[in-house]
Ligand binder design. Sequence first.
Ligand code: HEM
Length: 511
Amino acid sequence: MASIMFSEAFTAIFCFIILCVLLFKKPHDILLRNWPVLGMLPGLLVEFHRIYDFSVEILRSSNLTFTFKGPWYSGMDMLFTVDQANIHHIVSSNFSNYTKGPDFKEVFDVLGDGILTTDSELWKNLRKASKVMFSHQEFRRLLMSTTRRKIKEGFIPLFNHLAEEGAVVDLQDVFVRFTFDTTLVTVTGSTDPRSLCVEMPEADEFAKALNDVGEGIMYRHVKPRFLWKLQRWVGFGQEKKLSKADATLTRMCEQFISAKREEITQNSNHEAADLLTSHMKLDATKYNLLNPNDDKFLRDTMLSFILAGRDATASALTWFFWLLSENPQVVTKIRQEINTNLQRTNGQERPHYDDIIECLNKLDYLRSALYEAMRLYPPVPFERMTPVRPDLLPSGHKVDASMKVLIFLYALGRMEAVWGQDALEFKPERWVSKTGAFIEEPSYKFFAFFGGPRSCLGKHLAMNLMKTVVVEILQNFDIQAVKGQKIEPATGPILRMKHGLRVTLTKTCSS
Ligand code: HEM
């Protein structure tokens, strides 16, 4: 009975949308129209498959802020903004009024009470504990040494093999494998799934479950809440897959946790720097809401870091290498910079950590190119916040507590009003001043790592990791994107390429 009602309702909405498309030639006319009962939903549904480009058009034509009216009583009213003053207000000056909110936590329920989904005191405790861990030299060294080992034992043999065979590979898949292996070692201290190797094995149970979680969460964004909740209750379709993935992740995290406890019990001087050890050894007296003996706390912390570390970095690297393949002059300049600055570590089997960081810090043009790629293709394409109390934004727009506020990072990087007339061009030079110094933009303008008290904790680590990968690849290989392939973003919480990035490789003359 319920399914018949759904299909009737769906057919009615579908017919209505088709009618709108026929009546109004320009899609904007549809979205900007606030229909009785349905609000602006019909237009949004029509454009959902290209939501990022559509957000650019809408925000450009509405002076950077747009109020979306959802169907009556649906709680779907939203404010879209890319106005810098609004962003600063929301994430910094009036930060306490904007939370992730209960809806967000519900959609991302697989992450439990991890740092990415919680608010208020619990989030403060988690942030403080993570900050302590990120500040430890040993943790940073672990990430850097794992990255370098992965490049040597994973990337280079695989790329050599592909270059010799002249084979095509999906570079996005390669980067997801790379960041998955690296993140899991950094989190557990020992488990290396070795998904990045010449054989390119099928994703293991853990990686598959993570992929299913990403997909399931994306569907929850586009389905009405009552529908996915009903599906979850019945145990059907995407929700069934999601529940299975959740169970797999919990089981595997429990295995990591008990193995680590065993390791610590057997060796009382256990001094490992990984995330799990660091959180198991938390000084509980400093965090009234964290319990290092609670497996659920450890599970939620592990999963949040794996998701935060894996997907965003892989996305950034994929778009970056595609932009390089389209802009060979930028590759030449990056190579020149590498050759000028990296003599000190070149050829050393195990260069000192401080030397590596010192050299990476000199690569300002590479930093500009990476920032420029993330300006146009931010790995996290939108951020959603819930106001606690009604508020008046600097742009003059009112928000009330029943609305959601969406900051569209993808559109922000493409606004002529923010970045100038050449906003759509990939130009690393925009980050370089006349004296050659790097131009640091405020976070509410370059927002890829978020801003204010909730900004990305892994920013510097991610930048060092990406620079290391780029240096190693460009010193050894030329990458060519396969001609004629369709490059477009997939709709989802992470800006992945919908069809991957197919490339071929050749060894550089100097390698
Ligand atoms: C290019 C790579 C990366 C980008 C663009 C990026 C971007 C972001 C963004 C936009 C947020 C805010 C998310 C939100 O609150 O909804 C965030 C949060 C976070 N990121 Fe990253 N990230 C990257 C890599 C990493 C890595 C490698 C790590 C860890 C090793 C990491 C750790 C975190 C953590 C812990 C948070 C939560 C901060 C909080 O809520 O207090 N990120 N990141």
